[in-house]
Ligand binder design. Structure first.
Ligand SMILES: Nc1ncnc2c1ncn2[C@@H]1O[C@H](COP(=O)(O)OP(=O)(O)OP(=O)(O)O)[C@@H](O)[C@H]1O
Ligand SMILES: [Mg+2]
Length: 424
């Protein structure tokens, strides 16, 4: 047998740690270089989000004739002579999402305004199986809800997975000093005298280059929430044992629920206290699954256990979900009619068994999802003309995501307007 020892293994692990740290430092340096040429908090936090041409603006604003927009735009420029609208090298306008919002406000295009009896809706993306697309769907749907139409929903993303993958999409330039959701949960902060806690928590949500989208990030030390919560139970600090599941809702969600219309939560693939906290705070759940044997099998096992999971949350006082849906992710629809298309076979099977509990739009397999992720962005973040793959690939992925976002938006609208949709 080859010689082995724990000391040798520790030495090897230490080498791996050094290489990983070097690599992370290089990435940080690159990002710092990029952010040194931008100024606002939103620009520093985020990767650059696409811009829009005049034709894109006309479409987004829902204006019938381009000339109507051109006339209105001339009026806006005359009214605000100091406001700068960027142009590309070819002199075409390159409007930002903020510009689109500005036009919509000037043109009195109504935005969604939640009434007092309409609560902010918190949607958890959950599955105990790893790698099924929870993060990918969470960040893409969040961006889609924020930008795919002109309703200007106020959207928040909370990264409850200490792996911090969702955070990379919203706050790729996260600094050492930024607070995370785990810091809030573990009360790892000190308020100055006179500071308001609600205000502090609100400010922990980082701005992005989309004015109506904010992120509350995660970092690896957020894992310590597990031992922190255990200590609370052991030390009998809590009035009731079940209070340990309420920390996230009561500390974070309740502090910011007036500032958002929809909050999406990315959850970790583990049945731990963080997961239960996400469930307690959720008003709705979407369970992504990849249509393949291993993911599907694990999702079925999760569905079987969900009753026990939910009983714990209900016992803590949860009010019930507005909707619970499964979502097929990474489905190969290119050979939809082929008998050997495993993805479509699984998707049909999901529909057959779970019927309308499955979101009718599958998220198609797409290279664009992966390429955009390499740039820390979603399929909405890139202009088709700047995309390194084929334009068609990106627009296909965007159209697919728009359909998925519309279905999720409808589910939220049904929760907000129960009478209007009764019997549909
Ligand atoms: N529609 C899609 N087309 C192509 N690739 C996809 C698609 N959806 C997800 N993926 C890829 O699948 C991989 C896993 O996705 P993701 O990280 O979102 O899963 P997850 O459930 O959040 O994983 P974890 O449990 O580790 O948090 C990623 O590499 C992602 O780019
Ligand atoms: Mg994830």
């Amino acid at each position: 047998m080859r010689d082995r020892s724990a000391t040798k293994t520790l030495r090897e692990i230490s080498v791996l740690k050094t290489i990983a740290k070097k690599r992370m430092d290089e990435v940080k340096e690159n990002r710092a270089e990029q952010s040194s040429i931008v100024s606002t908090e939103a620009e520093q936090n985020s990767s650059t989000f696409r811009t829009y041409s005049k034709a894109d603006a006309v479409k987004w604003l829902g204006i019938e004739y381009p000339t109507t927009f051109s006339r209105a735009f001339e009026g806006i420029k005359a009214k605000y002579p100091d406001r700068v609208f960027n142009r590309e090298n070819n002199k075409n306008y390159a409007f930002t999402v903020s510009d689109l919002h500005f036009f919509a406000d000037e043109l009195d295009i109504p935005k969604f305004v939640r009434k007092e009896n309409q609560e902010c809706i918190t949607i958890a993306f959950s599955n105990l199986k790893g790698g099924v697309g929870k993060t990918t769907t969470c960040v893409n749907v969040a961006t889609g809800l924020a930008v795919s139409n002109n309703k200007r929903y106020r959207v928040g993303v909370i990264d409850l997975d200490p792996q911090g993958t969702a955070s990379l999409f919203g706050v790729p330039n996260l600094s050492e000093d930024d607070f995370t959701v785990g810091d809030i949960l573990q009360s790892n902060y000190e308020l100055e005298q006179g500071d308001c806690e609600k205000q502090f928590i609100s400010e922990c949500f980082k701005e992005t280059s989309i004015p109506n989208l904010k992120y509350l990030p995660a970092k690896v030390p957020d894992y310590f929430f597990e031992s922190y919560a255990e200590q609370l139970q052991i030390n009998d600090t809590l009035k009731n044992k079940a209070d340990v599941y309420k920390i996230f809702k009561e500390k974070v969600i309740d502090a910011v629920k007036d500032e958002f219309d929809i909050i999406l939560i990315d959850t970790p693939p583990s049945l731990n206290k963080t997961f239960y906290n996400a469930m307690y705070a959720a008003d709705a759940v979407i369970t992504p699954t990849k249509p393949e044997m291993l993911s599907f099998d694990a999702t079925m096992k999760y569905m079987e256990r969900f009753e026990d999971i939910y009983k714990m949350v209900a016992h803590a006082g949860h009010k019930g979900f507005y909707f619970l849906r499964m979502l097929a992710v990474d489905v190969d629809t290119s050979r939809a009619l082929s008998k050997n298309n495993i993805g479509m076979t699984y998707f049909s099977m999901m529909k057959k068994y779970f019927r309308d509990r499955v979101i009718s739009v599958p998220m198609k397999h797409s290279k664009a999802i992966q390429i955009c992720a390499d740039f820390f962005t979603t399929v909405y973040g890139m202009k088709p003309s700047e995309y390194p793959g084929s334009r068609e690939q990106l627009t296909d992925a965007q159209n697919n995501m728009d359909d998925l976002v519309s279905e999720i938006e409808l589910l939220c609208q049904q929760a907000w307007h129960p009478n209007e949709f009764e019997g549909l």
